[in-house]
Design a protein around this ligand. Structure first.
Ligand SMILES: *Cc1c(COP(=O)(O)O)cnc(C)c1O
Length: 420
């Protein structure tokens, strides 16, 4: 039981002699005492190991392959810098993600800009910084690029195609089906490709697909290759992200090796041998590298035992957004025999503000520290100020050293924007 739970924390996490969770060599209770709660704890070694695994598994199978981290899964300079240092490019889906990517030291040529509703300002930023690839989602993107690129400069572009593939994941994170708001149906994509090929402001480099997120099966990801191949031969094919992560012990996501094997097999069957393959993992790159620590604020025993903590949907929207299941444990008592079924809820004014619906906890009481594993993906980026919450800090841990990389918001931060 304790081992099952521990296996969901970043690789290398242990329980010390007192049974206390240790991540990156740092005791969870020490981190909470030093930084307060809630706090998002990231194992830097786990991040780096996963980045290397992706690059190794892909490039060993397809020489002209590269990995770009989908920044939106955890867009802060420190995480983006780790990816840059490990040789990855960065995919960004907004001006702010581009700015932190540049701050992290990325080579602009390795940046890929996405978005189904890119603004004039974002296209102008892309042009100003000469980023590598803009993924065209619609004809308005082409109008904007033509209006923005300086004379004599051509923006390299990919065109996003709807592959017409569905997958067994929540509808909120499904993006490759007919009727998706992202990309163009193959016939419309083909027409836009012809327009781009005649544009003096763009260079048509290839095609892009992205099936969805938290996909726990490689087949739908590989199935998106044939529909793009049918649109013709290009130098670049960007096959998106989408591989699922392990949130609970019931999850058995494919390994990165199995994922790379399936994609490359489809590429060998359908794509030109000399083409460059790009993949854009987000969730599966960062989810299990982090854990959130909360303080238990209230325990209410009735029909249900509600264990309320000092965070919730202001630091983890994954549950409310697509009913992602998480696990949890009381720090220091992962393997207690006297566990009782509990529902972990947040401090916010919504009944939907649930972190874990039904989890055995060891005699929870006020003041306990509660750890929720696998919070590295999309939790930081969707953190919000609901109920006047100050957004949580991010701390990197490695070899027993803790390094604050994003500080907690202050009351002054909150009041600074309120200019009435
Ligand atoms: C969100 C997104 C990704 C990353 O998806 P994950 O499921 O987090 O791996 C990659 N590419 C595009 C275009 C995306 O929108």
């Amino acid at each position: 039981m304790a081992e099952d739970l521990l296996s969901l924390f970043p690789p290398g996490s242990t329980l010390d002699a007192t049974g206390t969770l240790v991540v990156g060599g740092c005791r969870a209770d020490d981190l909470a005492a030093e930084l307060g709660t809630p706090v998002l704890v990231v194992s830097e070694d786990a991040l780096r190991a996963r980045a290397r695994e992706y690059v190794g598994e892909l490039t060993s199978r397809w020489g002209r392959a590269r990995v770009v981290f989908a920044s939106k899964a955890f867009p802060c300079t420190a995480v983006q810098r780790v990816m840059v240092e490990e040789g990855l490019g960065l995919d960004v889906a907004g001006g702010g993600e581009l700015l932190t990517a540049l701050k992290a030291g990325v080579d602009p040529a390795l940046v890929v800009l996405h978005g189904n509703a890119k603004s004039d300002e974002e296209i102008a930023l892309a042009a100003e910084h000469r980023i590598g690839l803009v993924v065209v989602d619609n004809a308005d993107d082409v109008d904007r690029i033509e209006a923005t690129m300086p004379a004599g400069v051509r923006q390299d572009v990919l065109v996003r195609v709807i592959p017409g593939v569905t997958a067994d994941t929540h509808s909120s994170v499904l993006t490759g089906h007919e009727g998706s708001k992202f990309g163009l149906a193959p016939r419309d994509a083909a027409a836009l490709v012809r327009r781009i090929e005649h544009s003096p402001r763009m260079r048509m480099r290839g095609l892009h697909v992205h099936v969805g997120s938290q996909i726990l099966d490689v087949e739908p990801l590989a199935a998106a290759v044939a529909p793009v191949a049918a649109l013709g031969e290009f130098p670049v094919y960007d096959l998106g992200g989408g591989l699922g992560a392990r949130y609970t012990w019931a999850d058995e996501p494919p390994t990165v090796a199995a994922y790379a094997e399936a994609l490359v097999a489809a590429a060998r069957a359908h794509l030109p041998a000399e083409a460059e393959l790009v993949v854009e993992p987000g969730r599966s790159m960062v989810a299990t590298a982090a854990t959130t620590l909360y303080r238990v604020t209230t325990v209410k025993r009735g029909v249900t035992t509600f264990v309320a903590v000092d965070g919730g949907m202001s630091d983890n929207l994954e549950v409310a957004l697509f009913q992602q299941r998480f696990e949890a444990g009381i720090v220091g008592r992962f393997d207690a025999a006297d566990s009782e079924p509990a529902t972990v809820v947040g401090r916010h004014c919504e009944s939907g503000d649930v972190l874990v619906d039904g989890v055995p906890l060891s005699a929870p009481r006020v003041g306990d520290l509660l750890a929720v594993p696998a919070t590295g993906a999309y939790c930081f980026t969707m953190a919000n100020n609901y109920n006047g919450t100050r957004r949580l800090p991010v701390v990197f841990v490695r070899d027993g050293e803790a390094r604050l990389v994003v500080r907690r918001e202050t009351w002054d931060d909150l009041l600074a924007r309120d200019v009435d």
